[in-house]
Design a binder for this molecule. Structure first.
Ligand code: PHE
Length: 443
């Protein structure tokens, strides 16, 4: 059977950028920047993206193309059975992330519907927190929307790599950039936006500290979809002639740019209307609708905003689903369509307790956290960092030569950053991630 391939270089870059750009950039990044000191957080985040982030994404894409397999198959083909566990951690992580990611994706669908029908209490901001709370804590409504979101995700993956994923991202990603630009222009031209802009762009270096660096590193990993095989899977559909370093620069650039634009969208608006930038996760669903309520043309901008958020979430969730789908299809010989349907159903089922954890199952606690939080916590603090450390050690010490030939297309391309790549994979990335993991454990 012929393995599927991306039909174009542009398609691959849009798919990989689509995976990277997600709720992480637009929902999480602005509130992290808001709580972690603004500009200094942005600076640290960008430095990490441009060094460890670039190197690791190249390594993952290269690994995928070298093996032409899902992450589990890739690690075992290239490194032998003992490395397979790295891939298994990755596939497991994809289930965990998608379970809760799809719940949040469902909230965005719900907010699009509510925005269109005008049922959000945008003119009574005091009621917005309660309204958000009502949605996420109830039983049927969020599970219904979680199902809608999973169905959309599975529908795209079901259509195939080139005909499903690539076709949709080629339309959705440019649309996302356009919608985002419209919103940013609106936000930075509001009266009083300046304070938010300077808060976000002017680093106050006294804010740099251990927990902040650790948050920036975790955010860089999550927002580049690293450490769990998403880029290995996407890289496995890349043809031999593609220039991996070049594609990687593009993906990191686009992901970083969307995080910057996300900040420029959310923070100036929040400052302009005197809201609290450190409001945390509720910033997107509670604070922004209040801002839209006071803004001229807010009805339209609010719909645009939640549509954009849905696109961002969807182009990431398809990359998450593509991992286990490839794994079960390739390692167990299951048809792709069957694999997609089954995995989709299992992840839908796993999302149900995550959703209920916001409300009726909120008292079921592990290590003092509800099911939703403990899943996200385990991913952020354990499986992604461990996957990232193992992947960089593997790239730097086990198959460096093979990777080098992958990154230069067998010596046909010049890749002058190879020495930097080598050191980042061998020492810098594993050491930095290990330091973050340990300090989180102790802190
Ligand atoms: N990068 C996505 C985001 O920022 C999340 C993601 C993580 C997607 C891992 C795929 C794999 O929202």
């Amino acid at each position: 059977m012929k393995r599927e391939q991306w039909a174009s270089r542009f398609g691959f870059i849009m798919a990989a950028a689509g995976s990277a750009v997600g709720l992480g950039n637009i929902w999480k990044f602005p509130y992290l920047a808001g709580t972690q000191g603004g500009g200094a957080f942005l600076a640290v985040y960008l430095i990490i993206m441009a060094t460890i982030g670039v190197a690791l994404i190249m390594a993952e894409i290269g690994l995928g193309r070298a093996a032409k397999r899902n992450p589990v198959g890739a690690f075992s083909i290239l490194g032998g059975k003992k490395w397979m566990v790295t891939g298994i951690i990755g596939v497991t992580t994809s289930f965990m992330i998608l379970a809760f990611y799809s719940v949040v994706g469902g909230w965005t669908v719900a907010y699009i519907v509510k925005s269109i029908f005008g049922t959000l209490h945008v003119n009574e901001p005091d009621l917005l927190p309660g309204q958000f709370n009502d949605l996420v804590t109830s039983v049927g409504e969020p599970i219904f929307y979680h199902g809608v979101f999973m169905a959309m995700t599975a529908g795209i993956v079901l259509a195939g790599v080139a005909d499903g994923i690539e076709r949709s991202v080629k339309v959705l990603m440019p649309l996302l950039f356009a919608l985002l630009l419209i919103l940013v222009v609106r936000s930075v031209t509001l009266d009083g936006a300046w304070e938010g802009i300077t808060f976000f762009l002017m680093p106050d270096w006294s804010q740099v500290n251990g927990p902040m660096i650790s948050a920036a590193l975790g955010q860089a990993f999550f927002s580049l979809s690293l450490g769990m095989g998403a880029m290995i899977t996407y890289g496995s559909y890349l043809d031999k002639g593609a220039n991996i370093p070049n594609a990687s620069y593009w993906v990191v650039f686009l992901a970083a740019m969307v995080a910057v634009l996300g900040g420029l969208l959310v923070l100036p608006a929040v400052f302009a209307f005197g809201m609290d930038p450190a409001a945390g996760p509720g910033l997107t669903f509670i604070t922004l609708p209040a801002v839209f309520g006071e803004m001229f043309g807010g009805y339209i901008f609010q719909i645009i905003f939640f549509v954009m958020l849905l696109i961002a979430a969807l182009t990431s969730s398809i990359s998450l689903l593509a991992i286990p789908v490839a794994y079960f299809a390739e390692e167990f010989g299951i048809r792709r369509s069957v694999s997609t349907t089954l995995v989709g159903l299992v992840i839908f089922a796993m999302g149900v307790p995550c959703s209920l954890a916001m409300g009726v199952w909120g008292d079921i606690k592990f290590f003092d956290m509800n099911i939703f939080d403990v899943t996200a916590y385990a991913v952020d603090n354990y499986t992604l960092p461990i996957g990232g450390i193992l992947t960089s050690l593997f790239a730097g010490w086990v198959i460096l030569e093979r990777l080098g030939s992958e990154l230069t297309n067998e010596g046909k391309l010049r890749f002058s950053a190879m020495p930097a790549f080598t050191w980042l994979m061998r020492i810098v990335a594993p050491a930095a991630v290990l330091w973050v993991m340990v300090s989180n454990l102790l802190g």
